[in-house]
Design a protein. Structure first.
Length: 165
């Protein structure tokens, strides 16, 4: 008996299968084909894990990125209803804000009395309450921050006398 014959049905077995240590042909084999499960540790660069076909089906069912064929059977169908576009009603802004100069004077006097951090909170509160618009807040805040970072000579003298600088 030749070494290249199946031990169960006597069909020729390819030499590569014999080299792998098998003595029976593919048709007579009782081993299940292996399958895989793809694992994505991040967006790209997935790798595969060799598992049984049953495990692969179970894992692919649980994993939202499984490689099995996905269908949209469970999604609710939607219909886009075409209707006439609604007429746009232009509304003019009627909000009256404090003008820039008045806001700057008010915030500057607050800064002189309370300092930098409380002034920023005061400025935010003026903006969120609708007293001043956002652009005014940004401009005034830039001026206050500039004043804070570049103190006047009088403020420097006060700091030196207190021993801070």
């Amino acid at each position: 008996m030749s070494m290249n014959k199946c031990s169960m049905c006597s069909v020729d077995v390819p030499q590569a299968r014999i080299d792998e240590g098998y003595t029976i042909c593919v048709d007579c084999s009782t081993e299940e084909k292996v399958s895989c499960h793809t694992i994505y540790p991040h967006k790209t660069g997935g790798y595969i894990q060799v598992v049984s076909k049953e495990q692969s089906e179970r894992m692919n069912r649980l994993d939202r990125r499984g490689t099995s064929v996905k269908t949209a059977k469970h999604y609710k169908p939607f219909v886009v209803e075409k209707s006439e576009p609604k007429e746009y009603k232009s509304k003019r802004c009627t909000k009256v804000y404090t003008d820039y100069e008045t806001a700057l004077d008010k915030v500057s006097s607050y800064y002189e009395e309370w300092g930098y951090e409380p002034t920023l909170k005061f400025l935010r509160q003026m903006n969120s309450s609708g007293e001043i618009p956002l652009m005014t807040r940004i401009k005034v805040q830039d001026i206050i921050t500039e004043r804070y970072l570049n103190p006047s000579p009088r403020a420097l003298v006060r700091k030196i006398k207190r021993g801070v600088a």
